[in-house]
Write a protein that binds this ligand. Structure first.
Ligand code: HPA
Length: 267
């Protein structure tokens, strides 16, 4: 694992003319965010030695380096999922590479099913906590150079960044929801009872990503900000479909773009 991380880091250092400060992971249907990155250098995942390769529809598979609001960023257009057959250690390789490159903030986004009865499709939820039901990526020998054996997850999502989001939402009349994201393995969507169960245990939205990356980012000492686009309702009578999830993600991404770029300006 360390060897792969080192190889990827060296490849990036020799192909990208600057060192990023902020990492961004773009989820299903949210890749349009890449359009606001300026002075871009793009690298296909398939051109990076030892990088995992994404297979799922709707994930282009590129690292994009550039600037947003004057900040140097590295964005992943397309992420890796446990359900694709990768271990969570592999899923989180890019986060560790970002850490090696000096990234101190990680912005994550995902598409999620709403399980809070007050949420609507198209809402943007700021993640304030999570419940991880995907194998923990820190299982195995601790990589001491990144962080400690038992990292606290008490404030996995940085409170100051949530506060910034709150201020921005007031200033721009951008309606935000706040809540807990539960990360599940997928790839099957939930049964009606499973959606209700997730709400009963304290979740507001459910998805198949994010928690492994956030755990590793926190282990590395990064400050994390995350949002979920509510693409479907787990509580509706209609079954959720993958097509619906992708379409709604694309529609709500405008809000997410505004929020991320405004927060980046304030870091
Ligand atoms: N369940 C799990 N993952 C998801 C969903 C869902 O309803 N919507 C988007 N990602």
């Amino acid at each position: 694992m360390l060897k792969r991380i080192t190889n990827i880091e060296s490849f990036i250092r020799s192909n990208v003319p600057f060192v990023p400060e902020i990492g961004i992971i773009l989820g299903t249907g949210l890749g349009g965010f890449a359009d606001i990155i300026e002075n871009k250098t793009e690298i296909d995942y398939s051109d990076i030695p030892d990088f995992p390769v994404s297979t799922v529809e709707g994930h282009a598979g590129k690292l994009i380096f550039g600037t947003i609001s004057g900040k140097k960023v590295i964005a992943m257009k397309g992420r890796f999922h446990y359900y694709e057959g990768y271990s969570t250690q592999e899923v989180t390789i890019p986060v560790r590479v970002m850490s090696r490159l000096g990234v101190k903030y990680l912005f994550v986004s995902n598409a999620a099913g709403g399980v809070n009865p007050g949420f609507n499709v198209g809402d943007l939820m700021v993640i304030t906590d999570h419940i991880n039901l995907i194998p923990n990526p820190l299982i195995g020998k601790n990589l001491d150079e990144f962080g400690v054996r038992f990292p606290s997850m008490n404030e996995a999502y940085d409170k100051e960044l949530v506060l910034k989001a709150d201020n921005i939402s007031e200033g721009f009349g951008l309606k935000l929801r706040y809540g807990c994201y539960v990360g599940t393995t997928g790839p099957s969507l939930e049964t009606p009872k499973e959606y209700r169960y997730f709400n009963a245990i304290g979740a507001d939205a459910v998805g198949m990503s994010t928690t492994p990356e956030v755990i590793v980012a926190v282990h590395c000492g990064m400050k994390v900000f995350g949002t979920s686009v509510i693409t479907n309702s787990g509580l509706s009578d209609q079954p959720s479909t993958h097509e619906e999830i992708q379409g709604e993600g694309a529609k709500a991404q405008k809000k997410m773009i505004k929020l991320f770029s405004e927060i980046l300006q304030r870091i």
